[in-house]
Design a protein around this ligand. Structure first.
Ligand SMILES: *[C@@H]1O[C@H](CO)[C@@H](O)[C@H](O)[C@H]1NC(C)=O
Ligand SMILES: *[C@@H]1O[C@H](CO)[C@@H](O)[C@H](O)[C@H]1NC(C)=O
Ligand SMILES: *[C@@H]1O[C@H](CO)[C@@H](O)[C@H](O)[C@H]1NC(C)=O
Length: 689
């Protein structure tokens, strides 16, 4: 223990003093042929591509970054990886000037027929790009650590950032995008300059449930490419990721949403951000300067940092797609309608946004406030005085109560039984009761948007597994959904949610309830949103999906994943299992699939992360066949050819996409069920609210 503690003390200063490689003299491209199979990482090597130089300077260029020229034998030992990587460089138009590269024993080329060749060195003096070894081989976010030999320093808008590289990408962690925020005050951009910032370790999570830090406004970047200092050449599209966690939890330091796999497989830049949570992020008090939406404003501040700095990290500031899952999707939805955010991003992905829930005679449910924004007064009525009382701030005057709460330790505030977790209509960041998708208007960002749900989101949020076995369907539905017997009976009588009989009535009635909860809390609002947006052209394009395969996810009812059967030690996805909330984000967006239960898990991760990455690249999810062929993404190519084009929503028949391997084109799902639940497909078109 003592040793570990000492190490922790010594490391940061060691990092600060070690000379690190930089992009001062050349761009740095990390190429890695990534099939997303972590177990297979040890069979692959990556390499670094540097700007053209003379033969005599090539070796020095590699040495300057702590590597050496790659050799013919190293290339031959991994020829398939080199052929596809270099073919892709040519495809992307970056194999200038002659599709030849310096290596230790001559030059290498990949010709138009994808033959690896070692032609004689051209006699005329010609500058060629340089291929160096890439010795940092840790493949996973959790084992990727900065060492003296893998660090990299880059300069951006007045500061220097020291990050590092692993097998998959360059990584910059824990970058401050804002000054330490004052409590209940909107954050301001990071103001220090001439700093050398250690970006090799994650920042602390934002204060949540009593732990974390109030100084938490940091972001992470994973990138396959660092342009030469000052250059804006070949910038890659950016995925700007907002984590979920109910606006009360979560962090950007999450292996499931690490961008290393996506950066290398799809050649895009990935950013994850943190924002203030719970009462510290969302307290709103009418008639005071505590106007709320601090967490949302933090996100916009982070976007501003990305716009200003991301080119230095290889990202294109004019090609930013915001994305998020759960409360991250709720954030995306809020940003889509937020005037200060408008114009700061070019695409949006909202996965399993919550909403609706005004159903079965219930006035509102947990999900409602994600899409129907409370006024400041409504939010305060739910979580205002209760917070003051719980914090012991019982002064007579409101101003004194606020002053008191500002002095309560952040850990105490975030651990109280009452929490403000609501996006509110503050008139600045959010100034409509709902995202306006009814007509094309200045208030809604006119960008391509992708919304969707996990098939059984409601099995994680909305339906609770009964604590004790039930003896009838009606009892099960009543208990799972917390509704009256007469409403439970109306669900049964509707005939719209038939019992799927496994002989286990507790499970089967829960399954019915999970479908009701999925529809009422997720599916109906999201489908209605995108149907209306498609009709009104509120978004530049509207795409919709349902995740029919998930791995892991939010198992709030402790139901477990797919059942383990012989030959399937990690679960057999061919047998019934619930597709939990957030269970598709890691594999399908980020290509982080773990565990891999069967070969289709891996293929689905390759295919679907490819669809989403393509959406990030140009606002539509269909990768071209030429791209897939060049990159040797054969299983993805087959699936794309099998299902055909994924088109934007046209009318009440969709289309939408059921994501799996291969994916399936479909119409909207549970349309009559949504009508029954008072959230019809035409909800917004017909006036909604
Ligand atoms: C019903 O299914 C649940 C969830 O899988 C399980 O925990 C329970 O043991 C099952 N009950 C019976 C009687 O098989
Ligand atoms: C739940 O019911 C659906 C049919 O509505 C069925 O396809 C699925 O397999 C069931 N899930 C479980 C875990 O039994
Ligand atoms: C992943 O790679 C390992 C090692 O090469 C291989 O044995 C395994 O079959 C691969 N898994 C899948 C699902 O392709």
């Amino acid at each position: 223990m003592l040793h570990l503690a000492l190490l922790a003390l010594v490391l940061p200063s060691a990092i600060a003093h070690t000379p690190v490689i930089s992009n001062a003299k050349t761009s740095l491209t990390l190429l890695y042929q990534n099939n997303l199979n972590g177990t297979d990482d040890s069979n692959h090597i990556g390499f670094l591509l540097l700007d053209p130089s003379d033969k005599k300077d090539a070796a020095k260029a590699c040495e300057a970054i702590g590597e050496s020229l790659i050799s013919r034998s190293q290339i031959k030992a991994h020829s398939a990886d080199f052929v596809s990587s270099l073919s892709y460089v040519a495809y992307a138009g970056r194999a200038q000037p002659a599709h030849l590269y310096h290596i230790s024993d001559g030059v290498v080329a990949v010709d138009a027929h994808e033959n690896l060749m070692f032609p004689p060195i051209p006699s005329r003096s010609i500058k060629l790009p340089v291929l160096c070894t890439q010795s940092s081989q840790q493949g996973q976010p959790w084992d990727a650590v900065a060492t003296t030999s893998n660090q990299v320093a880059i300069a951006s808008t007045g500061n220097t950032y020291v990050g590092y590289r692993n097998q998959k990408s360059f990584r910059f962690l824990g970058i401050p995008y804002a000054d330490t925020p004052k409590r209940f005050v909107h954050s301001v951009p990071y103001s220090k300059t001439k700093q050398t910032l250690d970006a090799t370790v994650y920042a602390p999570q934002c204060m949540q449930y009593g732990s974390g830090a109030e100084s938490c406004l940091f972001l992470n970047v994973q990138t396959p490419y660092l342009p030469k200092q000052g250059s804006k050449k070949d910038l890659r599209p950016v995925l700007f990721w907002i984590h979920g966690g109910g606006f009360t939890g979560g962090s950007a330091a999450d292996a499931g949403t690490d961008g290393g796999n996506l950066a290398s497989r799809e050649d895009i830049v990935v950013v994850q951000i943190q924002y203030r949570l719970g009462t510290l992020g969302f307290l709103a008090i009418p008639g005071t300067s505590v106007t709320g939406n601090y967490g949302i404003a933090d996100q916009i501040n982070a976007l501003q940092w990305v716009i200003k700095n991301i080119a230095s990290f290889g990202g294109n500031p004019k090609q930013i797609t915001i994305g998020g899952d759960s409360a991250g999707a709720g954030s995306v939805r809020a940003l889509l309608g937020s005037p200060p955010a408008n114009g700061k991003f070019q695409g949006a992905i909202a996965m399993s946004n919550l909403g609706g829930g005004v159903t079965l005679g219930l006035e509102s449910t947990y999900s409602t406030t994600y899409s129907s924004y409370l006024t400041v007064a409504e939010s305060y009525a739910l979580a205002g005085q209760n917070i003051f009382l719980a914090a012991g701030c019982k002064q007579a005057a409101l101003s004194e109560q606020i002053a008191c709460l500002k002095n309560v330790p952040a850990s105490t505030v975030s651990g109280l039984s009452s929490t403000a977790r609501y996006v509110v209509q503050d008139g600045t960041y959010v100034n409509t009761p709902q995202l306006n998708v009814v007509k094309r208007s200045g208030s809604t960002a006119h960008v391509p948007a992708m919304f969707g749900v996990a098939r059984d989101d409601g099995s994680s949020i909305g339906a609770s597994y009964p604590a004790t076995p039930v003896t009838s369907e009606i009892e099960g539905i009543q208990k799972s959904l917390g509704i009256s017997a007469s409403y439970a009976q109306s669900v049964i009588d509707s005939g719209l949610f038939p019992l799927y009989n496994t002989g286990n009535i507790t499970l089967d009635s829960f399954n019915v309830s999970a479908r009701v909860a999925t529809d009422s809390g997720f599916r109906c609002v999201d489908q209605a949103t995108m149907f209306a947006a498609a009709k009104s052209h509120a978004f530049a394009a509207s795409y919709y999906y349902e995740m029919d395969r998930t791995v892991g996810g939010y198992d709030s009812n402790l139901l477990g994943g797919a059942p383990v059967t012989p030959g399937y030690p990690n679960g057999n996805p061919n047998l019934p299992y619930f597709r939990f909330h957030s269970g598709a984000t890691a594999p399908f967006i980020f290509g982080n699939v773990s565990p891999i239960r069967d070969s289709n898990d891996l293929k689905a991760a390759q295919l679907n992360s490819g669809y989403f990455a393509q959406f990030v690249k140009n606002g539509q999810p269909n990768p071209s066949e030429r791209y897939l062929t060049t990159r040797k993404y054969g299983d993805t190519l087959h699936a794309v050819q099998h299902t055909g084009q994924w088109n934007q929503i046209k009318d009440k028949n969709g289309p939408i996409r059921l994501l799996d391997y291969p994916s399936v084109s479909s119409g909207f799902v549970d349309v009559p069920q949504c009508a029954f639940l008072n959230y019809p497909l035409s909800y917004y078109v017909d006036g909604g609210r």
